[in-house]
Design a protein around this ligand. Structure first.
Ligand code: ZN
Length: 582
């Protein structure tokens, strides 16, 4: 990208005289840098962080910069508009800035970005936001939420609708899915309220993300390191903030998921209240503890009540039997065992021998259980060790009379399993400033968390509004020029003209980026490790069948997961889901 200085870029320089600023509407002034910007191959003025210009432009165009500018406006007009600085910081963090001194990646490119705040000004801005307390927080949240309304409307205009929620091989359209999860971030130095916890030492932030827009953060809360997992008050606050972050027109059909670590009676009670509102639909799927009453119920489940669980392709999750034949791609029914099963425990818990054991819980709540082959080394309860299955339970209010695939146990299981996608959002968040808290001061770190989450929001919008194909699914690491940000900070090398101006005028650091796009991004549904499915398809790549770990559970006669026609997966039925009915 070549920056072409034009007359329209001059007001940035005039911004150094505070008197000249007062005359101009702030948002026009602070977003004027991109006027006259041209993108061309080769030439002079080559920049290495071209993606930053894209993110910054997106922040301006969605109204985020202007909104932040109004949210953080101060009576004396400052040289550096605090909204502009906050938006720039978010862009820089999204671009890979891990420490605040690296913020100069923007100020170093004054020809492109105009007058950018210095590192001390970025620090000062974070401190001012911290001093502003809940009022500043509320105003920033409102600015981000207003920009989201605009950005999502543009996403809907571009794609026809907001993306749906993927559940196994199906997509649930017209529903906004909020996922709540907490994560432990490590602190490597003494930081306020960093405390020892079950994973080490640091903080314990809680976030709510939107699944539809690829794990876009909707709400977040920095918490002390020892904050409990099942803290109801924190979860309710983040849940309410996340719902408020969804544009009003889209709040009527919601789905909320949370794992067992975040589950509590208070959370389910609130979700039940929200679901009961007239004109609103809210389905929740919340992890459930495996207690004594559940263990008793599990022992009573007849074998035929367990249904096969499905994988991301809507097919039965299965693996090779311990005594399978040598042909790892074979179609022998005896050579494959089902990996996981699902059943409903509500009946046994509500009408079992001990009476209604869920009387304290909402009447609409149902409890499901999944049993899986445990991984080697998994910590098992006595029950699990005795019967060779690992159990996970969850509660949902999906009505028992739900028609179609959505009401089937296999899909109710799939709908809870995909909560794991929140892990992707947290992992990429940790790649985008989450946990790299710069200060000792807790409130400054909370302001940094806001900037970091805003950066992740911009990346989510960027993928949906400006990118296609693999890039639209890529992770931040892939999207940003890797090499330039990896090394220790030091004197910057002046950007050299590109070796091949015909390709794209990017700095040297960007060449890795072109190559990186060739890699297929990891599917958020599955791990990046070669899956069982791919082993089946490519026996040559990993020819030995996985070793049997548990006594094999053969297919239940009612289920026919593999066609007898031939071994090729291509010939397999797209799904066996219809067989689960009844
Ligand atoms: Zn076989």
């Amino acid at each position: 990208m070549k920056a072409t200085p034009t007359a329209s870029r001059q007001p940035e320089a005039a911004g150094q005289q505070p008197g000249a600023d007062a005359e101009r509407p702030a948002c026009v002034h602070i977003t004027g840098w991109s006027r006259g910007l041209e993108v061309s191959g080769g030439g002079q003025g080559v920049v290495s962080h071209a993606g930053l210009a894209l993110l910054r432009h997106l922040a301006d165009k969605t109204g985020l910069t202007g909104g932040l500018s109004r949210a953080l406006a101060t009576p004396p007009v400052l040289v550096h508009d605090r909204g502009r600085v906050t938006a720039d910081l978010a862009c820089a963090i999204a671009d890979g800035v891990r420490v605040i001194s690296d913020f100069r990646v923007m100020s170093d490119q004054r020809e492109l970005f105009g007058l950018v705040a210095s590192v001390p000004t970025a620090w000062r801005t974070l401190k001012e936001i911290a001093l502003g307390g809940t009022r500043a927080d509320r105003r920033i949240t409102a600015a981000v939420n207003t920009a989201r309304r605009h950005a999502w409307a543009q996403v809907a205009a571009r794609h026809g609708a907001l993306p749906g929620v993927r559940l196994a091989d199906r997509t649930l359209d017209g529903v906004i899915c909020i996922r709540l999860d907490a994560t432990v971030t490590a602190a490597h130095s003494d930081k306020e309220l960093a405390e020892a916890n079950f994973k080490g030492y640091g903080h314990h932030p809680l976030i709510g993300v939107c699944d539809n827009t690829g794990g876009e953060p909707l709400a977040w809360m920095l918490r002390r390191g020892s904050a409990g997992s099942n803290t109801t008050a924190d979860h309710l606050q983040v849940l309410d903030a996340a719902i408020a972050a969804v544009p009003p027109g889209l709040r009527r059909k919601l789905m909320v998921t949370c794992d067992g670590a975040g589950a509590s009676h208070g959370l389910i009670a609130r979700l039940d209240t929200l679901a009961a509102r007239r004109g609103y639909e809210l389905t929740y799927s919340v992890g459930w503890a495996l207690g004594e009453r559940e263990k008793t119920a599990l022992r009573l489940v007849p074998e035929r009540a367990w249904q096969a669980a499905i994988d991301g392709r809507g097919e039965v999750r299965e693996r090779r039997a311990p005594d399978a034949c040598v042909n790892t791609g074979c179609a022998h029914r005896a050579c494959w065992i089902e990996e996981a099963h699902v059943t409903e425990l509500t009946g046994l818990l509500r009408c079992g021998p001990g009476g209604d054991q869920l009387h304290a819980w909402p009447a609409a709540m149902r409890v499901f259980a999944r049993r899986e082959r445990p991984h080697p080394g998994a910590q098992l309860t006595l029950l699990e060790a005795a019967d060779g299955w690992r159990y996970s339970l969850w509660a949902t209010n999906r009505p028992a009379d739900t028609r179609g695939w959505l009401g089937q146990a296999a899909y109710i299981d799939a709908a809870h399993r995909v909560h794991a996608r929140v892990e992707d959002a947290i992992r990429t968040g940790k790649d985008t400033g989450l946990g790299h808290f710069p200060s000792f001061d807790y409130q400054v770190n909370a302001a940094w968390l806001t900037a970091s989450m805003t950066g992740q929001i911009l990346l989510a919008w960027l993928k949906l509004l400006a990118l296609d194909g693999d890039l639209a699914k890529a992770e931040p690491r892939t999207l940003r020029p890797g090499a330039a940000r990896r090394g220790p900070p030091g004197p910057r090398r002046p950007a050299a003209p590109p070796e091949n101006p015909g390709v794209l005028a990017m700095g040297r650091g960007d060449h890795g980026r072109v190559a990186a796009h060739q890699r297929a991004p990891a599917s958020p549904l599955t791990s990046t490790k070669p899956s069982l499915r791919s082993r089946k398809e490519n026996p040559g790549a990993c020819g030995t069948p996985p070793p049997g770990r548990q006594p094999g559970h053969r297919h239940t006669p009612a289920l026919k997961s593999r066609p007898q026609t031939g071994p090729a997966d291509a010939q397999r039925q797209p799904s066996t889901r219809m067989k689960y009915q009844g």
